[in-house]
Design a protein around this ligand. Structure first.
Ligand code: ADP
Length: 261
């Protein structure tokens, strides 16, 4: 049942992805075709300036369609996950410089790590990308500056608190909070949809939160958004506690037993 649910969620995201792409592509092709038709109809009559206008509109449409394809390819090319023992406080500490450079000087970053946070079982690289995506969103929600709080703590989630298909048990909660614009309910509802963005063209791809969603889902965790318009947003990732020992290092062979000198 769990497998089926996961598959259904994946197909759902895929369906929305292709649906969104098809829609955008269709609009762009309509614009390209329309401008080319105008151009063809007026070739030899229209003044150069008007003709050039049609041609450059068609070109702009084609350029945007190409950019869309690139984004789709990047989305499809996502690497397979390599889950391992991941220590949240170590990971966050290792990202501090990058985060600071990313969010700029008007924003302060505070790390609030609970003592003895469990290791999580997930792909550390993908988790870094997810946290970076969340920090970028937090930054964009605070154009006049503010505060980002990165927190980690151990939590136990029971059946009642979990959506269908998730296992009750120990999770590590990693959250990124901001003091920004917040999100109205209709934005929260669509925030994980691939290519959904409220940002101007060129600034948002609409893929940040869909990366986060995909990563957390494939890690058997979950993601939650709490937001108050005008006050801020906190996005929490719940990742399963790592229950296996850190992978044992290969046994070192004493030199005397190695290859003969
Ligand atoms: P992008 O950032 O490229 O728009 P995302 O998938 O990361 O794509 O986010 C989708 C949308 O969700 C954003 O355009 C924005 O409207 C909203 N959003 C995400 N994070 C935040 C946040 N921390 N504060 C306010 N709005 C947010």
């Amino acid at each position: 049942a769990e497998e089926a649910l996961r598959h259904a969620q994946k197909m759902d995201a895929l369906g929305q992805l292709t649906g969104g792409i098809a829609h955008d592509f269709n609009n762009l092709l309509t614009a390209i075709t329309g401008n080319l038709e105008l151009l063809i109809a007026r070739l030899g009559f229209g003044d150069q300036e008007t003709l050039r206008g049609y041609a450059s509109n068609a070109k702009a449409g084609a350029t945007r369609a190409a950019a869309l394809t690139q984004r789709l390819l990047a989305f499809a090319r996502r690497q397979p996950l390599r889950p391992d023992t991941t220590e949240p406080d170590r990971l966050v500490r290792g990202m501090e410089d990058l985060l600071r450079r990313t969010v700029g000087e008007q924003i302060t970053i505070e790390a609030r790590m609970a003592p003895d946070v469990w290791p999580a079982w997930c792909d550390a690289n993908q988790l870094e990308i997810a946290l970076l995506n969340l920090a970028v969103n937090a930054r964009d929600a605070m154009p006049a500056g503010g505060r980002i709080t990165i927190a980690a703590e151990n939590v136990h989630l029971s059946d009642k608190e979990l959506p269908l298909g998730s296992k009750p048990g120990d999770y590590v909660r990693l959250s990124v909070g901001d003091t920004g614009s917040g999100m109205p309910p209709d934005v929260i509802n669509r925030a994980f949809d691939p290519f959904f963005t409220t940002k101007p063209i060129g600034q948002g791809t609409g893929l940040g939160l869909s990366q986060v969603y995909g990563f957390v889902n494939q890690s058997h965790g979950l993601v939650r958004i709490e937001s108050q318009p005008g006050r801020g947003t906190t996005v929490s990732l719940y990742l399963p506690r790592c229950l296996v020992e850190r992978a044992a290092r290969p046994v070192e062979v004493p030199e005397s037993v190695g290859a003969p000198a």
